[in-house]
Design a protein around this ligand. Sequence first.
Ligand SMILES: Nc1nc2c(ncn2[C@@H]2O[C@H](COP(=O)(O)OP(=O)(O)OP(=O)(O)O)[C@@H](O)[C@H]2O)c(=O)[nH]1
Length: 321
Amino acid sequence: MIERILDGSLMPHGQCLLWRADLLFLHLVGDFLTVLAYALIPGALVYFIFKREDLRFNWVSVLFAGFIAFCGLTHAIGLVNIWHGYYFIEGMVKLLTGVVSIVTAYMLWRLMPSFLSVPSIAMLKQRNHELESVRAELERANKTLEARVKQRTYELEKKANTDSVTGLSNRFSIIEKLQSNFFHFQRYKRTFSVLMIDIDHFKQVNDLHGHQVGDQVLEEVAKSIKKTCRQTDFIGRYGGEEFLVILPETGSEPATKLAQRIRANIEALPLSIDSHVTCSIGVAHIEPGLSQKTLVKQADEAMYSAKNSGRNKVVAYKSKI
Ligand SMILES: Nc1nc2c(ncn2[C@@H]2O[C@H](COP(=O)(O)OP(=O)(O)OP(=O)(O)O)[C@@H](O)[C@H]2O)c(=O)[nH]1
């Protein structure tokens, strides 16, 4: 059997071509180039698969490479058989090539749905474009959200620091401003004064006109103080009908003058209750060695002196030493 297979004594193919040079040339060069190409193509395929381990269907590509290699082999034996007659071997290789080709073709058709499901570059580009739009949309939404949070935080902070009746800084906020001015004085020697303003006989306003009207008067007085002060001054509602004003870069004398203007403006204020209110003001000025608490106490003491000396007055604190 082996002898039969390896028997190359059958009529060589060249005989069929009558050893004509032109026919021999065509068959030889054609088969040689085909063998060369069918060796290089599977090589390239295997190299590509080896380098790209992430690809799906690797084994189908190997099968495809095998199918091309077998085709090349039949052409190579065709070359040999120009001079020899190994038609048994040629037939066996052809049979093997046919089997590999059929298996490859079967697998290709079987896997067609999977091949079709692999997105093309154009599809990937389209998806990438869609994802990019979603990302841009998310970024826009995020920015809007950030702006809203910022705005809301600002509003909440403002609310937390504002007195709801007068719209001025509340007690917590004005004490914070006082502390900040105090630290500036300690570090940079930036002087300041404070005014403690208390509306006179405010209880009577409430008793006569009611609490709601009392609130209205508080608001009007607050507006008047704000109008009289500079924009750089800090005004806050310190207690019920008590206001604390911080005057940065202001000595005792100019602070007392301003307090007089505030007092006069409040007295002249045309209130909605058709009568007038007055206020008593205490002035205190920061000095080295003085604590923040003592400074407020001094302004408070001065304000009570104003009350005790007949109200509707301004009194600057004077050290008892
Ligand atoms: N409408 C209103 N009244 C307030 C508010 N907070 C405190 N008051 C009132 O302010 C009044 C303060 O009364 P007092 O402490 O006796 O002082 P006063 O009547 O102003 O008298 P003197 O300060 O001695 O001139 C009280 O009647 C409080 O109820 C407020 O937010 N709104």
